[in-house]
Design a binder for this molecule. Structure first.
Ligand SMILES: Nc1nc2c(c(=O)[nH]1)N[C@H]1C(S)=C(S)[C@@H](COP(=O)(O)O)O[C@H]1N2
Ligand SMILES: [Mo]
Length: 308
């Protein structure tokens, strides 16, 4: 335990500015508990068997359910990955609506239950690579974002999709931190329409838990995890490039595209390798997180050093 560096238990996004947050958030943040430690008040997750075949298409093992649901980045609740599950356990995810509008012919507000009925979930086993250089393999249940976009009929002027998370300070515990809420993300329309781009409603065949972004979250497997915005309430088709939450906090460190790229370092750490949760040895990071065959065409003419 004593060998665990503070950099491993501190969100890398905030590593240098941690003191500032400690002052602001006080005891909540100071009560850091190492991953795997026993917590009181957190319902123990079941030990679910991973769906067959138990691996992704590269043969990488599916991450245990407990790790997927107890090591989370969800800053609306906490900066501490091990605390999110507990702090989010009473988050109200029903009733829930998602409003889809902007540059579309058929703007609509969808009830989450109608969405689920209308777009039956399929299973997608994807690698999730956080910009902090840890990763997991997650069996999602969900439907392609493209199906929802088809229903609302984007207009010709629509170039990007902008996503917004719920921000409800009555329920979300990170009230004092100096971030600009709500959490916002964006994709280029062609990226949004790619078949890999998923709106997830479940994990391991179970409905999403609050810590994972219930009841509806985006999953874009070839991009850093911060693009995969949680607990979505609003989706807008827009003409201008949206300003994502992390780009707004620190544009020199986080880009709009956020494509996983071992050759382009974060200014404070290398992206050449990663720590797969459950493994001890680091493993090399793959270009576009291993989805290069599917998405490389999108970025052929782009300078990925500049448009990171
Ligand atoms: N609303 C919201 N969405 C979010 C985040 C967040 O803090 N708030 N964190 C992002 C980051 S940095 C990552 S790595 C993934 C983590 O997803 P997971 O906790 O399900 O593994 O969620 C992303 N989506
Ligand atoms: Mo992340």
């Amino acid at each position: 335990m004593s060998q665990i560096k503070s950099s491993q238990i501190t969100p890398e996004h905030l590593y240098l500015s941690r003191r500032r947050f400690l002052v602001g958030a006080g005891a909540l943040v100071a009560s850091t508990v190492l991953f795997g430690a026993c917590r009181t008040g957190v319902p123990e997750p079941p030990d679910l068997p991973p769906p067959s075949p138990g691996t992704d298409e590269l043969g990488d093992k599916i991450t245990p359910y407990k790790d997927i649901t107890h090591y989370n980045n969800f800053y609306e609740f906490s900066l501490e990955k091990e605390d999110v599950a507990q702090l989010a356990q009473n988050f109200q995810t029903s009733p829930w609506t998602v409003t889809v509008g902007g540059l579309v012919r058929q703007p609509q507000t969808f009830d989450i239950d109608d969405l689920r009925r209308r777009f039956p979930a399929e299973e997608r086993i994807y690698r999730l690579r956080c910009v902090e250089a840890w990763s997991m393999v997650i069996p999602w249940d969900g439907f392609p974002l493209a199906k929802l976009l088809e229903v609302v009929e984007p207009k010709a002027e629509a170039k990007y999709v902008r996503f917004e998370s719920l921000y409800d300070p009555k329920q979300m515990t990170m009230r004092e931190i100096p971030f600009e809420w709500p959490y916002v993300e964006g994709l280029r329309l062609d990226e949004a329409r790619h078949n890999l781009t998923l709106l997830a409603t479940g994990i391991y065949g179970r409905p999403l838990l609050p810590q994972s972004g219930a009841p509806l979250r985006l999953v874009v497997p070839w991009k850093y995890g911060y693009k995969s915005i949680k607990s979505i309430v609003k989706i807008d088709l827009v003409e201008e490039m949206p300003l994502p939450f992390w780009v707004n906090q620190s544009a020199s460190e986080y880009g709009f595209y956020a494509n996983v790229n071992p050759a382009v370092s974060h200014p404070r750490w290398s992206q050449a390798s990663e720590r797969r949760i459950g493994e001890t040895k680091r493993r090399p990071t793959l270009l576009f997180n291993g989805y290069d065959k599917e998405v490389a065409l999108f970025y052929q003419a782009m300078d990925l050093e500049k448009l990171f």
